[in-house]
Every structure is written in C-alpha cells, then in structure tokens.
Design a protein around this ligand. Structure first.
Ligand code: NAI
Ligand code: MG
Length: 497
C-alpha cells in the first residue's frame, strides 16, 4: 500500500501493526497480566490478519477488577465533590482531543472502520466527557410538597459498581457513553470490551487515570464474552449492567442479572425503517439512505436498514441510489474508501448467509449480493454494498437484523402503509422519515414505535439526545440527562417537624 503522509497510518500500512499498544487488563490504576497468563489475538479486518495480542481474562481477573471497583467506591472517589468529578471528566475530554488521532487510528485498525468515521467517533467521545463533566454537579433532587408538618426531599445517589459490556462496532463510543455518565454520577466501573476490539477501551482507562481518576474507579478486563463477560454480569458485587450487543446475549445477561436483582440497560440493535415520501427533498434523502446503511459498513445497531419508499418516486429514487452505490470503492479502513471491511470473518459469513437465503427465496437483488475482495488489501473481509427488494412484511429481510451493508427495499402507496411497514418488526430502536410535509413527518413521529425518530436527517443529534430501544431492541436510555440518571438511585427523605 502507498504511503499516506501520516506517520501512524504509514506505520500500520507498512508494518501491519502499531507500536506501544496497551498490554494487560487495567485494574486498580495500572496494567496487570491475566492471572492465567493466557492471551488472544486481535485482527485487522482490512487484511484479515492478527496484528496484536491481548490478555484473555477469566473469572479470577473479573473478581480482582470488581473488588477494585468496590473498594474504590468507598475510597477517595466518594469524598470528591461533584465539581471535582466534573473537572476530571473535563480534563479527560481535553486529553482525548489532543490524542484523538492515535485513538482513531487504533480504532480503525482494530474494528475495520474508515479512519474518517473513527475520527468522527473521537469527536463524539470527547463531547460525551464534556457533556457529563457538566452534568456531575447538576444531579439535584426535588422537594416534596407534604404540608407544613413535614420536610421531604429526594437525593440522587450513585448506583455503585457498574459493569459495561461493549460491542465491536463502536468500541470507544459505546464505552464512553456508558463510562462518562457512570463516573459523573459517582459510580465505579468494570468495562469489558469486545474480544474483536479491546485496545481503545484500555487506552481510555489509562487516559482517565492520567486525568486524575483515582485508582480502581475504572477497570478494564479484556477477553471473550463467555470467559470474561459472563462472570462479570453474574458477579454479586455488580450493582448495574449496561449491555450493548445481540438479542440472544442480552437475554442471557438479563437472566443472569435476575439472580442478584441487578439493574440493567439493554441496547440490542434493530431493523430500523427509513421512510422516503414522494414530497421529500430527494438529494437529502439519498445522502441520508447512503449514510444510514453504508456508514461503518452497516454494522450499526441503529442502521437504517429498511428503505420504505413511496411508489410515486420509487423508480427514480432507486435508480439514483444504485448509481451512487455502484461507484463505491472498497478498501482498508485506514485508506478511507467509500466502504470499509466487515469486523470479523464470522460476521461476514453471517451477512452472506442472510443474503444467500434471500436470493434462494427469489428476492430481487438490485446490486451486490456477494462477498467482495479488495484488490487494495489482498486479504480482508469485505461485502459488496447490497440492495435487495423485500417480499412482504414477513420476509426475513424485513424481520431479521443483518448488521452489514445490506439495504432492504419496501415500496408503499402512502404514509399509512409506510407506518404499517415501519412498525412491522419486533425491533423498535430508531426510525427516520424524509418528507417536506410537516404533518406527515410529525404523524410518523407520533405513530412509529421507536426510541428516537429522525426527520430529514438520519442519525441527527449527539450526546444530548437520549438513545435506546423498545421491544426487542431493549430498554433503558443512554446519552442525554436520562443517561446519567440511569446511574443514580433515588432516595426520598421525609422528616416530621
Ligand atoms: P454479542 O452480543 O455476543 O457480543 C457483544 C458483547 O457481549 C461482547 O463484548 C461480548 O464479548 C459480550 N458477551 C458475549 N457473551 C456474553 C455473555 N454470556 N455474558 C456477558 N457478555 C457477553 O454479539 P456478537 O456475537 O459479537 O454479534 C452478533 C450479532 O449481534 C451481530 O451480528 C449483530 O446483529 C448484533 N450486535 C448488535 C450490536 C448493537 O450495537 N446493538 C453490537 C454488536 C453486535
Ligand atoms: Mg480487531
């Protein structure tokens, strides 16, 4: 591959890896080896090759990390005032901005995502720390109107030790949107990044320590879901779990949480509709659809994976969409192609399985429909940008999350049919609509079942906007002030006077 004039990118492209990646778990304010001394490999999806090893944790490491988080809850962290906590988060945000490029290169290398997207993620991660830095001293309660003879008030207390189970598609973004509010609320944390993408969460822990976070307040255990994730969510000293991942694993986590009545938030993905009405601004809608399904190669819980288009413009819209998508260049994430790789071989095969079943069932493929090879990288796990028509609402292409660059097309006659189609799955995470008719757009917002609705800009908003799902997409809200309240427990105090 050619030199890019960027020292870190060139280092990866010429050596296949990066120097000075963090090694070990992060427990009690320092990096430590796995007790078993076992290690595993992380892969560069753009080449399909391992580039570094990391600690393979198990229940013994989890015990040490949870003990560290529990002890820290009652240490100096507890004595710190809310503005002091806020200042540490603010310092972390500033350090993240200074070091954003290195973080972004590691994120891109480890997950496969395009470097421009990883850089965008880093801006969002810094914003999450800034936002919750400002929230730390605003977690106030209410006064309760009990009449002259009583004084009643509520306080917000930290829930305690929180576990953060993080997926591989947005490793640092997901870590930050859980860790920043948990710390703002005064909680402590044990984070378990996905085994495909362990490095940026470890780097974040080191950076927060440098920003002044006391030892043990944030611990990171790396390893597989079965060996490290399962003992963490089953641990009796964990008070709250934030899980982002698949429905199947989320159900297991929920069952395990029941044993200790542990609070939890589940963010389990979706099959989100993007409605395009005939009265829309077509250029805006085209850009919206491309971003909604091809950003991060479609590996997004909130991807707009179902295009629901009004019949009057369906042919024109699809024609223009195909013209764009068929020009896509595929390549290694660090070279900023139009479409990057799929995170793992397993995910690549899962995506292709969905598509081949649809082809066998007679669905019409407009473009793509197969595993791709990138000449730029040789190896690597790539999927062609794909657009396929659905056959009715019960079609698996409508019902099943694919988590790849595969867009399902559903054609409808009007807004009423669009709503029926939008609400036809067991998921309800996000929903988008492109229309210049404010009544149609707001009716859609009112009647669609989704945690968040985007009008005329898919993925609009940032850390300020509460995020989470309904139905099988999970429950609980992250981001926004709702996100920090989730890490608090409300206490009511009533005094007779
Ligand atoms: P997964 O749900 O198994 O993994 C997500 C995280 O959970 C990882 O950190 C993993 O190590 C951990 N984990 C796995 N088993 C666990 C257990 N028993 N206890 C505690 N933690 C556990 O998802 P996977 O297998 O990586 O991806 C499969 C599918 O899940 C994807 O094809 C996609 O459809 C969906 N997914 C959804 C995401 C979202 O953003 N909602 C993110 C990642 C995957
Ligand atoms: Mg990796």
């Amino acid at each position: 591959m050619n030199a890019h004039g960027d020292a870190l990118v060139d280092e990866v492209l010429s050596t296949g890896t990066l120097k000075d990646l963090p090694q070990g778990h992060f427990i009690g304010g320092r990096f430590v080896k796995a007790m078993s001394d076992n290690a595993m490999e992380s892969f560069d999806p753009g080449r399909g090759r391992a580039f570094a090893r990391f600690a393979a944790g198990d229940a013994a490491d989890v015990d040490a990390a949870v003990a560290s988080a529990k002890a820290a809850l009652n240490g100096p962290w507890r004595q710190m005032s809310p503005p002091e906590r806020g200042r540490i988060l603010q310092k972390a945000a500033a350090l993240l901005r200074e070091r954003a490029h290195r973080f972004a290169v590691v994120e891109s290398l480890d997950s496969g995502k395009r470097l421009v997207e990883a850089e965008g993620d880093l801006r969002g991660v810094s914003r999450a720390f800034e936002y919750y830095a400002g929230a730390a001293d605003k977690l106030q309660g209410d006064s309760l109107p009990l009449g002259r003879n009583y004084i009643g008030f509520t306080t917000e207390e930290p829930v305690g030790v929180t576990a953060q189970i993080i997926p591989w598609n947005y490793p640092l973004s997901t870590a930050a949107r859980g860790i920043a509010p948990a710390l703002a609320a005064g909680c402590t944390v044990v984070a378990k990044p996905a085994e495909q993408t362990p490095f940026t969460t470890l780097m974040l822990a080191e950076l927060l320590h440098e920003a002044g976070l006391p030892d043990g307040v944030l611990n990171v255990i790396t390893g597989t879901g079965a060996q490290a994730g399962a003992p963490l969510v089953a641990h009796p000293d964990v008070d709250h779990i934030t899980f982002t991942g698949s429905v199947a694993t989320g159900m297991q986590v929920m069952r395990s949480a029941a044993d200790h009545v542990t609070r939890l938030i589940l963010e389990l993905g979706g099959k989100s509709p993007l409605v395009v009405l005939a009265d829309c601004n077509i250029d805006a809608a085209l850009s919206g659809v491309v971003e909604a399904i091809y950003e991060n190669a479609g590996q997004i819980c909130s991807a707009g994976s179902r295009l629901i288009v009004e019949r009057g413009i369906a042919d024109e819209f699809l024609g223009r969409l195909l013209a764009r998508v068929e020009k896509f260049k595929i390549g290694h994430g660090l070279t900023n192609p139009d479409l990057g790789p799929i995170n793992s071989l397993r995910q690549l095969e899962a995506i292709d399985g969905h598509v081949q079943r649809a082809i066998a069932a007679g669905n019409h493929v407009h473009t793509g429909g197969a595993i791709a090879k990138s000449e730029a990288t040789g190896g690597g796990w790539f999927y062609q940008p794909t657009i396929i028509s659905a056959q009715g609402l019960s079609d698996p292409l409508v019902q099943e999350e694919i988590f790849g660059p595969v867009l399902t097309v559903q054609i409808v006659n009007d807004i009423d049919e669009a709503l029926i189609a939008a609400n036809a799955t067991s998921y309800a995470l996000v929903a988008g609509i492109y229309s210049t008719n404010i009544v149609s757009a707001l009716r859609f917002a009112r009647d669609v079942d989704a945690g968040q609705v985007y009008i005329n800009e898919f993925f609009a908003g940032g850390i300020e906007v509460p995020f989470g799902g309904n139905r099988k997409s999970g429950f609980g809200r992250e981001k926004g002030m709702a996100g920090v309240r989730g890490y608090c427990k409300l206490k009511s105090v009533v005094a007779r006077i």
